[in-house]
Write a protein that binds this ligand. Structure first.
Ligand SMILES: [Zn+2]
Length: 297
């Protein structure tokens, strides 16, 4: 009896210990499994939460900022302003100021073939109406602007702006009043002072003279064309903050000779950059200057 009882006790203990062992091992494996799974799960959750979030955050954001609005921005408000002086094969004075009529026509032809729309400063308020707007300017008002440039511009039906020195009208090599009147169908005439002085110096030396240069040239040209003169070209690109503050009394825009592309709405309207076209400007260089603006970069 005693022997049987002891065997039963031993057997019971073995069974119990085995059960306890099994239970412990199960609970261990479970707890191990949990502690292993949790970080993985959180990592996965974190990754899956961040990765698509990051993807959705970056991809559409990048798409919206680099393509859609920028294209609109570039197309609507970055405006190349070309600067010419003489369009003539007969060179007098500084050779750099001359572009041959042949080159001028090739450049205009490029603009036409590549969908540019020449506008004037008066069109800046309605930029949405124009595809690839560009402003063609000619400084000083030389007679070849009428004899050489105007027929080419007419052929393409291109608008352009001529900044005339009002005191030089009718003098040798400069436009006459009649020529100006004849060109007003496509040419917008704007101010380039009366005598082409250094405005930066004049602002320091004689501010009343500066006022006359800006205001009288404006009213004289308006009297000839019957159209508003609200754009000033600083002679030889010389200006200062003092000159700008006087210019603001009479003009809405002022152009410089600083190279670059005018960003309307971003750049100052009184420090408009321009792209100079010279006798040595090849068509390749002309295109490169413009391509800096309309590339997808
Ligand atoms: Zn000039």
């Amino acid at each position: 009896m005693k022997k049987k009882f002891i065997i039963f006790i031993i057997f019971f203990c073995i069974i119990s210990l085995t059960c306890v062992g099994i239970l412990i091992s199960i609970s261990f494996s479970r707890s191990n499994g949990d502690s292993k799974n949790t970080p993985e799960a959180t990592e996965q959750v974190t990754e899956s939460a961040t990765a698509p979030a990051a993807a959705t955050a970056t991809v559409p954001a990048a798409a919206t900022t680099t393509s859609v609005p920028n294209q609109n921005f570039v197309a609507n408000s970055s405006i190349p302003v070309l600067i010419y002086h003489c369009v003539d094969d007969n060179v007098f004075g500084l050779k750099d100021l001359f572009v041959s009529p042949k080159n001028f026509e090739a450049q205009m032809n490029y603009l036409k073939d590549n969908g540019y729309t020449p506008i004037t400063f008066q069109d800046l308020g309605n930029l949405g109406n124009f595809t690839k707007p560009i402003i063609i300017t000619l400084d000083d008002g030389y007679m070849d602007n009428f004899t050489e440039a105007y027929p080419i511009l007419k052929k393409f039906n291109f608008k352009a702006t001529i900044f005339v020195i009002s005191g030089m009208l009718g003098k040798k090599d400069y436009l006459t009043i009649d020529q100006i009147k004849e060109m007003t169908d496509i040419i917008n005439f704007q101010g380039h002072t009366i005598t082409h002085p250094d405005l930066k110096k004049m602002q320091v030396q004689d501010i009343n003279k500066l006022r006359d240069e800006l205001s009288k040239s404006k009213s004289d040209i308006e009297a000839i064309t019957g159209k508003p003169v609200n754009v000033l070209a600083y002679p030889a690109g010389s200006y200062s903050n003092g000159v700008i503050s006087v210019a603001k009394e009479y003009y809405t825009f002022a152009v410089t000779t600083k190279p670059g592309i005018f960003k309307y709405g971003t750049d100052s309207n009184y420090e408009i950059k321009r792209l100079r076209v010279k006798s040595t400007t090849t068509l390749d260089l002309f295109i490169k200057n413009l391509d800096g603006l309309y590339s997808s970069k």
